[in-house]
Design a protein around this ligand. Sequence first.
Ligand SMILES: Nc1ncnc2c1ncn2[C@@H]1O[C@H](COP(=O)(O)OP(=O)(O)OP(=O)(O)O)[C@@H](O)[C@H]1O
Length: 333
Amino acid sequence: MKTAPAPYQPPVIPADDATAIRTEGLRKVYRRGQDGLVALEGLNLTVGRGEFFGLLGTNGAGKSTTIGMLTTLVTPTAGSAWVAGREVGADPVGVKSRIGVVPQANTLDRALSVRDNLAFRGRYFGMSASAARRRALELLEQFALADKAGARAHQLSGGQARRVMIGRALMHLPEVLFLDEPTAGVDPQAREDLWRIIGSLHEAGQTVVLTTHHLDEAEALCRRLAVIDHGRLLACDTPEAIKATSGAQTVITVRYDAAAHAVGDAVRRIPGGPHDVAVDGPTVRVRTTRPDGVLGHLLREAGAAGLTVRDAATTPPSLQTAFLTLTGRDYQP
Ligand SMILES: Nc1ncnc2c1ncn2[C@@H]1O[C@H](COP(=O)(O)OP(=O)(O)OP(=O)(O)O)[C@@H](O)[C@H]1O
């Protein structure tokens, strides 16, 4: 008699592991006729449990492709990924049951009420009808949508629909929540509401992975960022560390009470001092990656030249200038 083969056991990262996501050499090439388009080139990433992690890049950088591979919707061309302790290629069902995904497009069922959009998701994941209904109402309450429970999905504003989609993705208490451009196309007030809701989920311990092409959104929400451009990972760190280590320059500007060429010349002559010194009448502007002590020089040299300082400002690198330095081109979302 033939014995049934032992069921395949996909590799499992131990439950107490601090890692929510790990990728090794993740690569995606889309077929385009005879050619291939490399959408993602060998991505190596680790996201910790409870982290708020952002994928930042301009249109077409490869963010949605990355999310698609991590959420089992896009098949990698090469490489591996583990999400919530399961290998994506080996155990897609296990991954799906442990993640919540909010895509860019509105995928609510227009024929159903808001409450049923959530409750049906709970039923799909095996909740009893009463438990699903209870959890749906809890989530709607949490997202200030209790008064919309009986409304049809198509009666919602863009921001409300996005909140309902987040609620629906949370019905089965997923370990990792993926948000693909969660504030795309919503008005500024709705955007702030979404930021507050998403921020509070993270504070409650939810692991969140978000894609955005908004620099301010990435900076306001994400504790760590992967900067992706043309399918390549250019930097992966806290926003502060990316700004500090990108090689982007700090700009120090001092305005005096009279023409300041003497100050500019003196600062240029300081051994090891800043080289990029521009003088425009009474204003001296220094761009440097080593800003320590530069303002002190500009103030001291003013005294020596008999000038009085009217104004002084130091502008540290922004995420925008860091992006410009990393990619060699301006940020065009
Ligand atoms: N199904 C597909 N078939 C062919 N090419 C694709 C497909 N999906 C994405 N691409 C291409 O892969 C590249 C990366 O696209 P992706 O959608 O991952 O970028 P993105 O960073 O998410 O951009 P956006 O912010 O516009 O969503 C782009 O050049 C895109 O045109």
